[in-house]
Design a protein around this ligand. Sequence first.
Ligand code: NAD
Length: 485
Amino acid sequence: MSPVDRAGQQFIGGAWVPSTSSETLPVENPTTTEVLARVARGTKEDADAAVAAAAEAFEGWSTTPMAERVAVLRRAAELLKERADDLARTITEEVGMPLAMSKAVQVGRPIEVLTSLCDAAEALPWVEQVDSTLVVREPLGVVVAITPWNVPLHQTIAKVGAALLAGCAVVHKPSEVAPLSAYALAGVFAEAGLPAGVYNVVTGVGETVGEALIGHSKVDGISFTGSTAVGRHIGAVAAQTVKKVALELGGKGPAVVLRGGDVAKAAAAAAARCFTNSGQVCAALSRLIVPREELATAEKALVDYVNEQVLGDPLDEATTLGPLVSETQRSRVLRLVEAGAAEGARVVVGGPGAAAPDKGYFVAPTVFSDVETSMTIAQTEVFGPVLCILPYDTEEEAVAIANDSEYGLVGAVFGPDDEQSTKVASKLRVGMVGVNGGRINVRAPFGGYRQSGNGREFGVLGIEEFLEVKSMNFPGVDRIVRPAV
Ligand code: NAD
């Protein structure tokens, strides 16, 4: 059954059940502005039912041998592969990312993440010995996963895949803006053999379903990806019942070009990371920090990059930049572009009033130069196709500019040699840094410093977010009994 026919339903306890509310929410195609599907506007009662189903399923799943859990998730990865084309199209229709890129990023990446998480579960030290004590890793319990709209399946897999491998039962609240891949995932997990109630999906808005889940007394942990503002609120609410919380929040990624580094190459690499998904990426490199005498070279490289972009229908093969996800997002980005120009940033390309297709939520890619760290455009996460160039005089100043942010998710350094670049990379207060073109690795931890979050996804650390640690103390080394894993 297609998501369109699921209007009004929630996936709870292994079955599609009607929401306790008859209200639905439209899911809009941002290219055509037509309504693609309608999903349930869930209620507190829906959230409570999903938590109860997860709590009931937890005992069985948490005691299922780890090898069996891995086998179920490996089957799910295979099923995602089989359905990759349909999934990519669905996500392109709800998010607006060009289809070829969706296949790689929106679907290919989560399959890679799920497979690597299965490997990590097998490599994880579930039981370690310290003298006559065994340190045993056990599933955290009932976990709530709350995800945003920009890379919906990927963000879901990164947390839900890890939680399931850890042995947790999950209630997932996808973004109301792009919930459709969660519907497909529920079918995939069921077909892969995941027991009823171990993965539940409740659609709806943050103010009702989200609030009911984050404050729920039977929920043991929350994994949230989204804005820093909502992340702060979730942390505060969850603290009342001392839940374990992993937050993956916003970013304002700096790309530092050192003197002697290839400015044009670095600018193109930063642009590729800034304009992907029309800039709606938390790991965007949106601040290019260059030696003052290289400003013109950086500007030219970025103008060339922007001029090569084709804005249009994301289902069209020639398109490189689709629309933003919604009118709300589009008007927010346009306001920030206007603020940049009003505060004195120099428009290199794009800018206020720049032409973009008028049907759909398009925004012309924009590059500002002579940006200063005090400007709104240098500090605020735009989440749109906007890149700032900030000039520096000394290397020390470059590092200070890069670190002058409440965020600390990603960064990059481009320099004339790997050693010097590594030295500067070590000084950046970010959770992930690329050295001379190094890319994000799905087998290594993903997460931020500062207000970009406090959690880590991917690999062994990604699974550990969903584990408790128990010390089992024995009277002597000769009396140790190893529990089943
Ligand atoms: P958002 O914070 O508005 O919403 C994210 C999710 O939280 C949605 O499902 C929403 O319904 C829910 N929510 C909203 N209010 C809630 C509440 N009071 N209680 C519980 N849940 C609530 O974010 P968004 O607009 O969907 O996504 C964009 C943001 O996500 C950007 O800031 C971006 O940087 C961030 N993001 C971070 C990462 C990362 O890994 N660090 C990845 C992607 C996106």
